[in-house]
Design a protein around this ligand. Structure first.
Ligand SMILES: Cc1cc2nc3c(=O)[nH]c(=O)nc-3n(C[C@H](O)[C@H](O)[C@H](O)COP(=O)(O)OP(=O)(O)OC[C@H]3O[C@@H](n4cnc5c(N)ncnc54)[C@H](O)[C@@H]3O)c2cc1C
Length: 323
């Protein structure tokens, strides 16, 4: 009867949907094997998080607030999550493999001296948990088990489907044990770089551009299509290294991992390191003038044509449909 805790990530009150994906998947396991799903929320107001967690299958949401947990700080939040686990003894703590989760997960595991698995895309339970994660830049998968009584697992955003069950969760405060402690580093201010646009790792649709766009001035073709689709704009490393766009747009092995419903790659050859960051997308559309480009091997739909013709035409047509 596993009890599964799921960290509900928020930044400035904005909740990350990977939490609901993890709760939905965890609930499938507890429905089949017994046990409960617990959300863990750190921050000021847990009302919205508790309602959404219940809707997706959580039985309970544990909450903690206070000055030291007001904004993200890995020292305080790591200690709070570790204290939560010491008090409540979940069998598993799931954390989204986001920038915050990748920082937090290993810290919590180190404090608890337990196993930590990063970037998992699959989870099953048969008396014990088994975790699936991609290796060799997404070319293979490895299935892992752990030998510690508790495990921290990082879950890739969009690895699991959402399931709205329409339930409700009870909220329960816990003592995070960080009130009044002196932190070694304090966050004074946060400057967001994405300017209110759709965050890549959360996006349902991503439009990415590569070296085929020829120059930085043409990245607006990518942004315009992204805008009409309500999508996030991504990039290959080639154009990030060339300083045509900021690193925050990079998709791939050394950039962000995305898993949207629709991924449109324009002027991207499909190098293995790029595929590592987007091959789990549900539907891939590739636009490339070279019909033999490797990207077409992973694409569901391929347009072997010049992106300078295709992107404006697509943007126009979709714009018309939307209006
Ligand atoms: C350790 C390591 C880590 C890396 N990490 C990443 C990573 O995280 N992300 C990443 O993306 N890469 C990464 N790379 C780089 C990767 O190997 C490739 O070099 C890079 O992805 C290539 O980018 P690209 O597809 O934009 O450029 P190219 O490979 O140059 O491809 C450009 C494509 O545009 C097409 N094209 C040209 N003109 C047009 C046109 N008018 N219309 C349509 N198509 C056109 C061409 O046919 C070509 O296929 C990494 C490499 C290493 C070694």
């Amino acid at each position: 009867m596993p009890n599964i805790a799921v960290f509900i990530e928020q930044r400035d009150g904005a909740l990350k949907k990977v939490a609901w994906q993890m709760i939905s998947e965890a609930r499938k396991i507890t429905d089949a094997n017994g046990g409960e799903v617990w959300g863990v929320f750190l921050g000021a107001d847990a009302t919205e998080a508790t309602a959404a967690a219940g809707n997706h299958g959580a039985h309970k949401v544990f909450t903690a607030g206070g000055d030291n947990l007001a904004t993200y700080n890995s020292e305080a939040w790591g200690a709070a999550l570790a204290n939560f686990c010491k008090i409540n003894n979940p069998d598993l703590l799931m954390i989204g493999s986001t920038a915050m989760g990748k920082d937090l997960g290993p810290k919590v595991a180190a404090k608890l001296d337990c196993a930590c698995i990063s970037d998992a895309v699959g989870l099953s339970f048969d008396g014990g948990f088994e975790y699936r994660r991609p290796i060799f830049a997404g070319k293979c998968f490895t299935d892992l088990t752990t030998s510690t009584s508790m495990t921290v697992v990082g879950i890739r955003p969009n690895a699991f489907m959402l399931n709205e069950m329409g339930g409700s969760a009870t909220a329960e405060a816990f003592d995070a044990g960080v009130d009044g402690i002196e932190l070694k580093a304090v966050v004074k201010s946060i400057e967001a770089s994405s300017g209110g646009k759709v965050e890549l790792t959360e996006a349902e649709v991503v439009v990415s551009g590569g070296r085929g766009i020829k120059g930085p001035e043409n990245y607006e073709l990518i942004e315009k299509l992204a805008d009409v689709l309500g999508a996030a704009a991504g990039a290959s490393r080639a154009i990030v290294d060339a300083e045509w766009v900021d690193y925050s747009h990079q998709v791939g092995q050394t950039g962000k991992t995305v898993g949207p419903n629709l991924y449109i790659a324009a002027g991207i050859s499909g190098a293995i390191q790029h595929l590592a960051g987007m091959s789990s997308s549900k539907c891939i559309v590739a636009i490339n003038k070279d019909a033999n480009a490797p990207i077409f091997k992973v694409a569901d739909y391929g347009i072997a044509a010049d992106l300078f013709n295709v992107l404006p035409a697509l943007t126009d047509e979709i714009g018309k449909l939307k209006s």
